[in-house]
Design a protein around this ligand. Structure first.
Ligand code: PMP
Ligand code: GLN
Length: 384
């Protein structure tokens, strides 16, 4: 294995899901729902297969889906994109992120991340020959992981070219607010950075907290690549239909990389996701409401079991502090959890450059049926 990938040999999600099946544990680790997406969307994919939409779609994605993506961005946020030059369909948000970095980062250039960071960001920067530097979110008195824009400013150096921002944020559940985003926008403009936003949880925010796309802030439209995917919004994580929207020159750079990574993907899923974006937002609103209830259910159960529990504003994850349980090493805690309680979770340390930074935190997913959450909570409460 090449040296640049040696620090990244296995993804924690595969490791922990394998541990869950090996031990028969309840999997609150890897984030995927245990119920299906909207029936009309599933039917549209079946119909597309029956209709023979089974060969390579066009490189940038089928026009119908690109138009639906542009339509949805304008409907939901007032962002305007030309579906022909400013929207690219990818194999999940994962490929959109990878192709954005590969298409825009020269060897040696620096990419700024916010920590804890989703596990694919550092390896894709490494694959591009770039370097990354991370700025931490820090828990405030109320348990919200907040961003200090001054710390971001201090981390920007002469080689910094790109900033990757994930909000709603996995794993903390933070939804960046207008002040934090305006601060990032100001820095991006001042330092002429390209900004990549990972908005895969854009529709999964709670208590009326709004998701604000960073590209809508002043000076940002011309420098931002906005990424999302159907996986979280429509509970179709296995379809791997994602997209990236932005100014034509930036999208062209992403397309140049994307065409030689996968060329295209998911022909019959593309018309189904187009249908979803246009017609199934009421279903998404129901999903959001249901997830808010699941958040409350899991948070209450974890608190009763003795965990320190934050209150995620979005995503379907909750970050917990294991110190009230007398534990400090999240990785060891997660490795022991199947035997102790028959539950699998994700240690926060995998989202950090220095594992010690995340040590006492553990992430649980609540995108599961209520009876699964209840059973997990009961097991955790009875844990020796
Ligand atoms: N970014 C974040 C923050 C995620 O949690 C995930 C997992 N869904 C992805 C990107 C990858 O998305 P996709 O499955 O569409 O590739
Ligand atoms: N995004 C999901 C999570 O954070 C997992 C995706 C994956 O397995 N790569 O749990």
């Amino acid at each position: 294995l090449v040296s640049r990938l040696r620090p990244y040999t296995t993804t924690i999600f595969a490791e922990m899901s394998a541990l869950a099946s090996r031990t028969g544990s309840i999997n609150l680790g890897q984030g995927f729902p245990d119920t299906d997406g909207p029936p009309s969307v599933l039917a549209a994919a079946r119909q597309a297969i029956a209709d023979g939409i089974n060969q390579y779609p066009p490189g940038p994605g089928i026009p119908e889906l690109r138009q639906a993506i542009a339509f949805a961005r304008e409907r939901d946020y007032g962002q305007v994109f030309d579906p022909d030059t400013e929207v690219l369909v990818t194999v999940g948000a994962t490929e959109a992120l990878a192709a954005s970095v590969l298409g825009l980062i020269e060897p040696g250039a620096e990419v700024l991340l916010i920590e804890p960071h989703y596990d694919s960001y550092p390896p894709i920067v490494a694959m591009a020959g770039g370097r990354h530097r991370s700025v931490p979110l820090r828990p405030d008195a109320g348990g919200r992981f907040a961003l200090d824009v001054d710390e971001v400013a201090a981390a920007i150096g002469p080689a910094t070219r790109m900033l990757i921002v994930n909000s709603p944020h996995n794993p903390t559940g933070t939804v960046l607010d207008a002040t934090e985003l305006a601060g990032l926008a100001r820095l991006a403009v001042e330092h002429d950075l390209v900004v990549v936003t990972d908005e895969v949880y854009e529709y999964l925010t709670f208590d009326g907290v709004p998701h604000l796309p960073l590209a809508t802030f002043e000076g940002m439209a011309e420098r931002t690549l906005t990424i999302s995917s159907s996986g979280k919004s429509f509970s179709t994580t296995g379809w791997k239909i994602g997209w990236v929207c932005g100014p034509a020159p930036l999208v062209a750079a992403v397309r140049a990389a994307k065409q030689f990574l996968t060329y295209v993907g998911g022909a019959p899923f593309q018309p189904a996701v187009a249908h979803a974006l246009r017609h199934e937002m009421p279903w998404v609103a129901d999903l959001r409401g249901s997830l808010q209830g699941k958040r409350d259910r899991l948070c209450a159960g974890l608190a009763a079991a003795g965990f320190g529990v934050g209150r995620p504003q979005g995503t379907y994850f909750v970050m917990t502090d294991i110190r009230p349980l007398g534990a400090t090493d999240g990785m060891q805690f997660c490795l022991d959890l199947p035997a102790r309680a028959g539950v699998v979770a994700i240690p926060d340390e995998v989202f950090h450059d220095d594992p010690a930074d995340g040590t006492p935190f553990v992430r649980f997913a609540f995108c599961k049926r209520d009876e699964v959450i209840d059973e997990a909570v009961q097991r955790l409460a009875g844990m020796p």
